[in-house]
Design a binder for this molecule. Structure first.
Ligand SMILES: Cc1cc2nc3c(=O)[nH]c(=O)nc-3n(C[C@H](O)[C@H](O)[C@H](O)COP(=O)(O)O)c2cc1C
Length: 190
């Protein structure tokens, strides 16, 4: 089973990354490896809305997104992990998502959705916000849902933790790490 993950925080060893690490551990325990794309370190140009993918479903730009397109196309499980920034997914996460407009064209204009493999396609969304308000999670999840729909991932689970702000604070949460581990395990279990 091919599993890929997108950590979307710029903060190394931050809350999102710590949470994701547990989910990855769960996946690995289920017998699958995880290919991780560190979005903050990648060279991904924001979508230019140039229309270059309208008729082909293929982006005309060749940067680190080229690798990501291939990975998304062939993955069975996709983990998206982002902190909440200004009531939304982080910019690093959103830039990658916007470039998936190419998949949107392929699916909705060319009527060629990404085919599901032997295991179907499933997702896991991990969100961490510093504020104690749900609004950021709601907004971020709406965007993530549109992303999953576009890349033909019909089903995803969301784990969201609010009120977690300082670096590493997620480690003190009573259940977050365990839940992420279990979610990773479940994600990669057929
Ligand atoms: C630019 C910026 C904007 C933020 N905006 C929000 C917000 O709108 N809502 C919220 O709950 N937390 C917000 N936060 C707090 C982060 O979500 C919080 O610190 C989180 O734990 C960061 O996760 P990380 O350690 O994985 O980067 C913001 C932080 C930054 C740096």
């Amino acid at each position: 089973m091919k599993v890929i993950a997108f950590p979307g925080s710029p903060r190394e060893n931050g809350n999102t990354e710590l949470l994701l690490r547990e989910a990855v551990r769960g996946v690995e325990e289920s017998g699958s490896a995880v290919e991780i794309f560190m979005l903050n370190k990648m060279n991904i140009m924001p979508c230019q809305n140039c229309g270059g993918c309208d008729e082909t479903g293929i982006c005309i730009y060749d940067d680190d997104m080229t690798r990501i397109y291939e990975a998304i196309r062939t993955a069975d499980r996709i983990i998206l992990a982002s902190p909440i920034f200004f009531f939304a997914l982080s910019a690093q996460t959103k830039i990658m998502i916007d470039r998936c407009q190419a998949f949107w064209c392929e699916k909705y204009i060319l009527k060629k959705p990404i085919p599901e493999g032997l295991f179907g396609r499933k997702g896991l969304l991990l969100l961490v916000g510093g504020m104690k308000k749900e609004i950021g999670v709601q907004c971020a999840e709406a965007t993530a849902k549109a992303f999953f729909r576009t890349i033909s991932v019909p089903e995803h689970k969301t784990l969201a933790y609010i009120g977690i702000d300082a670096k590493g604070e997620i480690l003190k949460h009573t259940s977050a790490l365990k839940e992420a581990y279990e979610a990773g395990k479940e994600l990669a279990t057929v």
